[in-house]
Design a protein around this ligand. Structure first.
Ligand SMILES: *Cc1c(COP(=O)(O)O)cnc(C)c1O
Length: 299
């Protein structure tokens, strides 16, 4: 707990210097740092954060542990939707951080130029690692292992190496939610209709901030295009082809549960330590030895 406190302080100092965003040291730190891609679902985290924000504002969420959501990502140069998502999260950060009614409980920061130097600090200072890709789409992930090894619990889907993280450190020491690979396959077969998930007023409010004027995309229509990709689809894909709206409900509930658990104290540190203690499995030596034996058939 002491090490985590020291690393968190260093991280928050670094963010204060580089981004000019002030985050108090007692905040619970969530982080989603990785390439920006629709399948990695940073947009789902953005909606979840908005739901927490509106929950705080209307008084529905009373005891949310003071939390910060740190995002870091780069987009491929021509990936318009990825850039729109970056813009959207920055807009959310501006709104949330400047709201005096809630900013003692919730803050958001999208760090600039996420790279290995930033990763070193974020990975060490984070309490909860967000690994929320659509089940079946992340080959492995390596960020998830870095966080585990450095004492963050994983809040994530049954995807990539999250599966092995939970196998090793125990489901009771991590937070797994959302559709499984089989469930996604069933949904696709049955004809997934994401629009119906917007009948929930909380989800609708969060998602419609893309089109109701709450935020500005600078007038290029990028936010509306994101909205349409979810509810109507596009010429090249079905609506919400990464199942953001399907998993959003479970995601928000899981985040609220994490906040409640963190507030209870030491038990959360036990979860973090169990993750560190079981992370040796991800040693590259073990991996290469297994490949040599089972795949390459060499001594
Ligand atoms: C580890 C790492 C990644 C890969 O992260 P994933 O969560 O596995 O996608 C990307 N960028 C940087 C700077 C990293 O350190």
């Amino acid at each position: 707990m002491k090490v985590k406190r020291i690393k968190k302080r260093k991280l928050l100092e670094y963010i204060r210097e580089r981004e000019g965003v002030d985050i108090p040291e007692h905040f619970l730190v969530f982080a989603q740092v990785k390439r920006l891609h629709e399948y990695k679902r940073q947009l789902m985290t953005a909606f979840a954060v908005l739901e927490l924000y509106y929950g705080l504002k209307c008084g529905k969420l009373r005891n949310l542990y003071p939390s910060v959501f740190i995002f870091g990502a780069k987009s491929a140069p021509a990936y318009k939707r990825a850039k729109a998502i970056i813009k959207f999260i920055n807009e959310i950060a501006d709104k949330v951080n400047s709201d005096g009614q809630t900013n003692n409980r919730l803050r958001v920061v999208f760090v600039r130029n996420y790279n290995v130097s930033y990763a070193e600090k974020i990975v060490a200072g984070t309490d909860v690692s967000l690994q929320v890709s659509t089940a079946g789409l992340e080959a492995s992930g390596t960020g998830n292992m870095k966080f585990m090894m450095n004492g963050a619990v994983t809040c994530g889907t049954m995807d990539g190496a999250n599966i092995e993280i939970v196998e090793r450190a125990g489901p009771e020491h991590n937070y797994i939610f959302g559709a499984t690979v089989d469930e996604i396959a069933r949904l696709k077969k049955a004809g997934y209709k994401p629009r119906r998930y917007l009948s929930n007023a909380d989800h609708r409010k969060a998602v419609e901030t893309l089109i109701d004027g709450t935020f500005s995309d600078g007038g290029d229509g990028a936010f509306k295009e994101l909205y349409e990709s979810l509810v109507d689809g596009a010429s090249w894909h079905e609506p919400d082809n990464y199942f953001v709206l399907y998993d959003l409900d479970a995601y928000v509930k899981t985040l609220v549960r994490i906040c409640a658990d963190y507030g209870k104290g030491r038990d959360f540190a036990v979860k973090q330590l169990k993750n560190v203690a079981n992370s040796a499995y991800f040693s590259s030596d073990r991996t290469i030895s297994e490949y040599a034996r089972d795949i390459w058939n060499i001594q």
